[in-house]
Ligand binder design. Structure first.
Ligand code: PLP
Length: 329
């Protein structure tokens, strides 16, 4: 089961009819039976999202910026020539799944949460390479702990010559195929003893793109928070939130610009961020055999500050900027 602590009982399923999304419903059946000729099996018409529900100290259940997941899933659906999801269907599915499985939402205080996985697949007999005639939208969830074992702890990463996405490909959307492409470079890095890979920009292989399935950010020696800009990066909601926290809550300067791998020592701290990993500080980056360590190898003080605010907002201990939290009642 990996990242999940256990399976939950209820999931939501909705289907299209003549290209139009129909209202779906909850089910306890975790298996999906679809035609062998379904696009998802052959041509990868599949897309997912990831967000979490958190329990606050007062026992409230809250989602973190789910409106951005909604916008992003529809950007992905447009890229896959699949019908966009209506807002009420997207939220009904998530809210119903969270409520139905609420006994499995981890209690406040142990860093756990309920990971929610919405996804869309193209299904139905379809041997030609073309968009499907039918689609499934489903949401399931599982309680999770921290992504990299050990919580906030700095880890070692290595660059790879492989790309997870191409410059004008599907890197900006959570299309399943990007992750299939990432498994091999990840396994090479893992067997060499690293926590994961750093992808460089696919055109020039000179700039940092992503850290596995998380966005990169660095803190320069002048305390500027920098994060790369690239057409092959998945626009992380966590990254966008960290930029906001650094600028508006910590008064830091922030920049979105190229991060050249040969200039990695411009950063005194480096981090990987995403809903699953939250923030994983980088201890070192190995590139073409050269190891660059960040600071003293421990979690840097700026990253620690950002992490504490972000997690404080997730769990309702710190007041969120307007519109970031959606309570589920
Ligand atoms: C999902 C994902 C992220 C993180 O995005 P969040 O919205 O912060 O969860 C970063 N990179 C890749 C490749 C991803 O798939």
């Amino acid at each position: 089961m990996g990242y999940a602590l256990k399976e939950t009982e209820y999931r939501y399923r909705a289907y299209t009819k003549n290209g139009v999304w129909q209202v779906g419903k909850l089910t306890t059946d975790k298996y999906i039976s679809i035609h062998e000729g379904s696009n998802v099996f052959h041509y990868g018409q599949a897309l997912f999202e990831g967000l979490k529900a958190y329990k606050t100290k007062a026992g409230k259940i809250q989602l973190f910026r789910p409106d951005l997941n909604f916008i992003r899933i529809n950007e992905g659906l447009r890229r896959l020539v699949a019908p966009e999801l209506p807002e009420d269907l997207f939220f009904a599915a998530i809210i119903e799944v969270v409520k139905a499985n609420q006994d499995d939402i981890p209690e406040y205080g142990n860093g756990q949460s309920l990971y929610i996985r919405p996804f869309v697949i193209g299904q139905g007999m379809n041997l030609g390479v073309k968009p499907s005639d039918e689609y499934l939208f489903s949401v399931f969830c599982a309680p999770v702990g921290t992504y990299f074992a050990g919580g906030l702890q700095a880890l070692d990463f290595v660059t790879t010559d492989y790309d997870r996405a191409s410059a004008n490909g599907t890197g900006q959307v959570k299309v399943a195929g990007n992750y299939a492409a990432s498994l091999y470079p990840r396994s090479i890095a893992k067997s060499a003893g690293y926590a994961g890979v750093i992808y460089l920009d696919p055109l020039t292989h000179s700039k940092i793109d992503e850290v596995g399935a998380a966005n990169f950010f660095g803190i320069t020696h002048d305390n500027v928070l920098v994060t790369p800009q690239s057409s092959s990066i998945l626009p992380s909601i966590t990254k966008r939130s960290i930029l906001y926290i650094a600028e508006h809550m910590l008064g830091m300067k922030v920049e979105e610009r190229d991060c050249f791998i040969d200039n990695i020592s411009e950063f005194k701290e480096g981090g990987a961020c995403g809903t699953a990993a939250i923030i994983t500080p980088l201890k070192s980056v190995t590139h073409k055999g050269k190891v660059t360590q960040f600071g003293d190898g421990k979690v840097g003080s700026t990253i620690k500050k950002i992490y504490d605010i972000l997690v404080g907002i997730y769990y309702g201990d710190i007041e969120a900027p307007e519109g970031w939290i959606r309570e589920i009642k």
